[in-house]
Design a protein around this ligand. Structure first.
Ligand code: CS2
Ligand code: MG
Length: 402
């Protein structure tokens, strides 16, 4: 079998997505997600101009060789654009292999390690009581794990609040919006949120929270210790993770489990965090961390260090990513949890898929390949619209991590 070409499909069914469709001389094609929220066209160009021409004539079954060729052959290694482009090719080749062999991709990754993929949803509210109600709605839907985010009194726009009923879409069309931030108000409020939630729901539901890169290590250590009696499943992105040493300081102060890595694009971003057991969950994903091939290597490094996976799964990761993640999640031994932000009806129509939610778990489906497709005609009806993630500023105007 040979690759005959590939097409980069940019569409915007409510939000922007970039999809790579790789064609072969036997009529089998594979899909890969190449969406990088706010920088979509950079990846589309990287693929169109610098990757697709290199794929023609290659054997799509040579997944590892293709990965190494695109990674080492680029010379300029790593980075979110490069690794998202490589990821799209990688996932498409796994899709082709599964389809050609007539088996779901998880069977190519070692088969099933569990009956279903535990997932978590996103509850949020403008007030404590709204957030309590939102968590209750997720429990009524059958979720066993829920991320809770709430507006913070005195902070005009906290992270993770608002948007669709069962999702949260931070990117807005047009130029970046500017969100105000106050760490002091946030630290004063978050313990109240989780004490209220534990008081309402007890300890049967797994509660998660995303600090979204906004604290210093000592602030994160304080918050983690303050939340210990609330037994969070994890505290996510407590600090920006460029300096992996930071997590030593947090670890000295708290046993609250830590999760990081949705912005990571390679094993090297988390090597120290894993080997020094500074985190409990690694959030790297198939779409931004080099595809299934590289994510398996991150998980393999993590396994002996008691670090589990917790793949990112926000609305800006398309159903192609969700499908690929679920095949990986079903098979990888040190699986932790899968984020599951439901997509809009428009998105689901463009990307018909086999995966389904039942009783708090996701299942990838039993069809060959990834079990996801793209309706190119429908996609064309939703052209790209420039959209950006917000920029955060502290109340005094200083730019802060969003
Ligand atoms: C968040 C995301 O899902 C999460 O944990 O961090 O909403 C993130 O802000 C977006 O995916 C960024 O594009
Ligand atoms: Mg996050």
């Amino acid at each position: 079998m040979k690759i005959t070409g590939a097409k980069v499909i940019v569409c915007s069914p409510g939000r922007n997505f970039v999809t790579l469709k790789v064609h072969t001389d036997e009529g089998v094609y594979g899909l890969g997600d190449a969406t990088l929220n706010g920088r979509e066209l950079a990846v589309a160009s990287y693929l169109d101009d610098h990757v697709v021409p290199l794929l023609v004539g290659r054997d799509p079954f040579d997944v590892e060789d293709c990965w190494q060729y695109l990674y080492k052959g680029a010379y300029w290694r790593r980075g979110p654009v490069t690794m998202t482009a490589i990821a799209a090719v990688d996932v498409a080749l796994w899709d082709i292999k599964g389809k050609a062999l007539g088996t779901p991709v998880y069977n190519l990754l070692g088969g099933r390690s569990r009956t279903g993929v535990l997932c978590y949803g996103h509850a949020s509210g403008a007030t404590l009581e709204e957030t309590v109600d939102a968590v209750a709605r997720y429990l009524d839907l059958g979720y066993r794990a829920v991320r809770a985010q709430c507006s913070v009194p005195g902070v005009p726009s906290a992270y993770g609040v608002g948007g669709a009923e069962l999702g949260y879409e931070p990117a807005t069309r047009g130029l970046p919006s500017e969100d105000a931030w106050s760490t002091e108000e946030y630290l004063r409020f978050v313990p109240r949120l989780f004490e209220r939630l534990r008081g309402e729901f007890g300890f049967d539901v797994a509660l998660l929270h995303d600090a979204h890169h906004r604290l210093t290590p000592i602030e994160a250590g304080w918050l983690g210790r303050r939340l210990e009696d609330c037994r969070l499943f994890w505290l996510e992105d407590p600090v920006p993770a460029e300096l992996q040493d930071s997590f030593r300081l947090i670890r000295e102060h708290t046993t609250t489990p830590l999760a990081v890595g949705e912005v990571f694009n390679s094993l090297y971003d988390c090597q120290q965090l894993i080997t020094e057991q500074l985190i409990d969950y690694v959030r790297a994903t198939v779409v931004h961390a080099g595809g299934i091939t590289h994510l398996r290597k991150i998980a393999a490094l993590a396994e002996p260090y008691h670090v589990r996976t917790g793949c990112h799964g926000a609305t800006d990761l398309s159903p192609v990513s969700m499908a690929a993640a679920l095949h990986f999640d079903l098979s990888v031994h040190n699986f932790g949890i899968q984020e599951y932000m439901r997509h809009s009806a428009d998105t689901d129509a463009v990307f018909p898929h086999a995966y389904r939610f039942a009783d708090g778990y996701l299942h990838p489906g039993e069809g060959p390949g990834l079990g996801v497709d793209i309706d190119e005609h429908l996609a064309q009806r939703h052209p790209y619209v420039p959209a950006y993630l917000p920029v955060a500023r502290r109340l005094d105007g200083t730019v802060h991590s969003w």
